[in-house]
Design a binder for this molecule. Structure first.
Ligand code: ZN
Ligand code: ZN
Length: 220
């Protein structure tokens, strides 16, 4: 069964009910979607053997809802699904905005360079046969820090401008003006409501001539 969408079930419950799903659609489940809880649950099921790694045919998960803001558990969530699936990368419909302000781009480059220097130094130390760099300084890793500087807000992968259809690369807070039509961006829920309204209007205008004909027939 594919593309199942049962209004009240959490993605995890749906997966347990339908373990052969390849695509799971569970959007707009604000109450039932919790990446932290779901990750823990899945990891526990892995640990106790009720789920096995590389066993599920799942390929794609749609879990976006409008109230997603910062999501520090996205990476763990992604990794857990990758582990469970027979596919190496499970596609999600959300990602981090990842925006890096211009003034920080230079800092990031500097950090990359200093990381490279550190690595070269470590290699040299190893070559000289001196004491090996056994202590990996994870928390001080500049790469770790630079990742935090990037915007961690959640963006739906198919978010697009209601007015011109431009595909957004970053969240509306980081890039408040649409790159396509230069219009001021509005929050995702309002934006998608505009898309729906526009679509409805288009449908109505298509049906308009038919409605006129009907009215006309009354007077015949
Ligand atoms: Zn952002
Ligand atoms: Zn636009």
């Amino acid at each position: 069964m594919d593309d199942n969408d049962d209004a009240d079930l959490s993605p995890i419950i749906m997966l347990i009910k339908f373990p052969r799903l390849r695509k799971l659609s569970a959007r707009n489940r604000k109450e039932n979607t919790n990446l932290e809880v779901d990750t823990k649950l899945l990891q526990e099921m892995l640990k106790f053997g009720s789920l096995k790694s590389n066993s599920l045919p799942i390929e794609k998960l749609n879990i976006y809802h409008y109230y997603m803001d910062f999501e520090p558990h996205l990476l763990a969530y992604q990794k857990t699904w990758n582990k469970l699936s027979i596919h190496p990368h499970v596609e999600l419909d959300i990602r981090h905005c990842g925006y890096l302000p211009d003034d920080q781009k230079e800092t990031e480059l500097e950090q990359e360079l200093s990381l490279l220097e550190q690595r070269i130094q470590r290699l040299q130390t190893q070559q000289e046969g001196q004491r090996r760099a056994t202590q990996e300084q994870q928390p001080d890793d500049p790469r770790f820090k630079s990742r935090i500087d990037r915007c961690q807000r959640i963006l739906c992968v198919d978010a697009q401008c209601w007015s011109c259809g431009y595909h957004f690369e970053h969240c509306w807070k980081c890039v408040p003006v649409c790159q396509g039509c230069k219009g001021k961006r509005i929050p995702p829920m309002a934006n998608d409501n505009q898309i729906r309204l526009k679509y409805r209007r288009q449908l109505q205008s298509k049906h308009q001539p038919m409605a006129d004909e009907d009215e006309f027939s009354v007077f015949r």
